[in-house]
Design a protein around this ligand. Structure first.
Ligand code: SAM
Length: 271
């Protein structure tokens, strides 16, 4: 099986996405959509940004590699009576079946950054977006102590065997030079690309920091894999403690809940 698909379908990302709804809506509001657009949400999960986009009147196609998340998204769309929102399975590095220039906006919030072959991802995003349209990506930033998921993945991968040769870290999508090079090869000049740091929040009024770590351990593919590897090497407690320490250090929630600000890079590409 495609490793992205296996990872996406491992666990249940909807449990993590439940902590991301508030910021998903904020990201969508910041897009300043005023006219009904045709939008592609790439690596959409179960619709954290696709659902609020559809509520604004956009016609939205959500594409994700994980079948379980596509099904969960279509269920949410049906329950919310959003009949201009559909979810389908697909790979951000090869959007076969999607016609050239078919979307006014291609959005990918912590989604396309995880696909392999980043140059193909940039090329595909440019190909399916209309001239005059835009691409917006939200990407975690490597080696930034305030970029919570980047730190969580760094800790998780330090308990795993090294990745296969030729593996390109998804975190490179949080580095300006890589972004410019990738979109440059897809034909986009530097002056059409802007990048700004922004903050995403993971919020739960009732979850403690330890419960959050348990949630990642039970439901989030990369953390599940790290705990599997740590079990083999007898380092479960060490991994658990490092993650709890990270969450405690980042948590600004009071009264028992969590509110974790996470810095990300918002990339806007004008075509
Ligand atoms: C961190 S989640 C973010 C989901 C959603 N955008 C959100 O903000 O809640 C990353 C998503 O990217 C999807 N994904 C990973 N690799 C992919 C690929 N090659 N093509 C499409 N989706 C992919 C995963 O299945 C997962 O749903």
């Amino acid at each position: 099986m495609n490793p992205n698909k296996a990872l996406g379908e491992k666990g249940d990302f909807t449990q993590i996405a439940a902590l991301m709804r508030q910021s998903g809506e904020t990201v969508v509001k910041a897009l300043g959509i005023t006219t009904p657009l045709r939008v592609l949400d790439l690596g959409c999960g179960d619709g954290t940004t696709a659902v609020p986009l559809a509520r604004l009147g956009a016609e939205v196609v959500g594409i994700d590699i994980a079948r379980n998340l596509v099904d969960a998204g279509n269920k949410r769309a049906a329950e919310a009576h959003l009949n201009r929102l559909t979810f389908q399975e697909g790979d951000a590095s090869n959007l076969q079946g999607i016609r050239d220039h078919s979307f006014d906006l291609t959005l990918s919030v912590f989604g396309a950054m995880f696909a392999p072959r980043p140059f193909d991802v940039a090329k595909e995003m440019v190909r399916v977006t209309k001239p005059g349209g835009r691409i917006v990506m939200g990407n975690w930033i490597p080696n930034d102590p305030t970029s919570f998921v980047s730190e969580l993945l760094k800790i998780s991968s330090s308990f795993m065997p090294p990745p296969p040769e030729g593996f390109v870290s998804p975190m490179t999508w949080g580095v300006d030079t890589h972004i410019v090079e990738r979109f440059g090869q897809a034909g986009v000049p530097r002056e059409n690309i802007s990048m700004v740091k922004d903050t995403f929040y993971f919020v739960s009024p009732e979850m403690s920091p330890t419960q959050l770590v348990e949630s990642f351990r039970r439901f989030y593919g990369p953390t599940m894999n790290a705990f599997d590897a740590a079990e083999q090497s007898g380092r479960v407690e060490e991994l658990h403690n490092q993650l709890v320490e990270l969450v405690n250090a980042q948590n600004t929630g009071t009264g028992g809940g969590i509110s974790i600000p996470a810095t990300f890079l918002r990339v806007t590409v004008r075509l």
